[in-house]
Design a protein around this ligand. Sequence first.
Ligand code: SAM
Length: 292
Amino acid sequence: MKANNLACPIDGQPLALEQRQLSCAQGHSFDLARQGYVNLLPVQHKRSKNPGDSKEMVMARQRFLNTGLYAPVAQCLSEMLRTNIGPGREHCVLDAGCGEGYYLDYALHYLEEHFDLADLSFIGLDISKEAIFEAAKRNKIISWLVGTNRQPPIIAGSVDTIVCVFGFHSFQGFHKIMRLGGKLILVEPGLDHLQELREVTYSEVKKSAPTNLDEAFAAGFTLIEEKVLRFKTESIKNQPLNDLLMMTPHFFRASKEGKMAAANLNELVLTVDMVFRTLEKTGLTDEGVEKI
Ligand SMILES: C[S@@+](CC[C@H](N)C(=O)[O-])C[C@H]1O[C@@H](n2cnc3c(N)ncnc32)[C@H](O)[C@@H]1O
């Protein structure tokens, strides 16, 4: 486990790694799993027995992302990360709600061509144990954690960049662990995202806008950049189409007839419409003094 800024999820004290165990000064300890990840989600932070994405959803997402159809999204995100990282300085990147690790793994391979990996630390955090189990198989350099974005088990002020791709965001949780001036990159669906699939699964297609940022502004973030990535995919066959449906909220929202219609599709060309917004942590420091 390369990350040296992990915090005890029970009392927030720094965690130190000894042998295959992370412990805090109060004696709370967490074993490294054989696969290399660590579970930092205490039962009191759980709202259900198995929170987050199920095994079935994780495997569908992994199959779909491995087709490379969303590689332009990963590429765009990686290029944005590159512009945030100063050469020769240590930089910690957190993927909050990382799923089975596709985007962070892609970014690491992209960034290692431009920076010395010794200066970079990558943390992937997800509340789903099933997702982190798969992520830990994908990449052995990244520090993979089971935990919640509401109370990320990371030392306050120690993260330089957070990415949150279709993730569950907690602006207060993110603000606490970021350094002043750190960046939060939110990637969310735009109005026309997967329009063609939604036309098949819903009798009436509603357009929903990306998250309103008022909560982020109240937590102490400022919006500094917004950009859109739009492209048409190649023709997608039945299996990846159904994997895609399974990994989106449309699977749960669609009617039985809508799901049947999608299951019977032979192929479809889709519009990918993603919004990338960069927010900066500004305002008071955690001590309540300095401003930038
Ligand atoms: C739509 S998926 C996106 C996964 C990944 N970012 C991707 O795009 O491939 C949302 C992820 O957020 C995770 N999640 C849900 N609630 C969470 C929380 N409170 N803290 C951390 N992760 C959470 C889910 O388990 C799931 O893996």
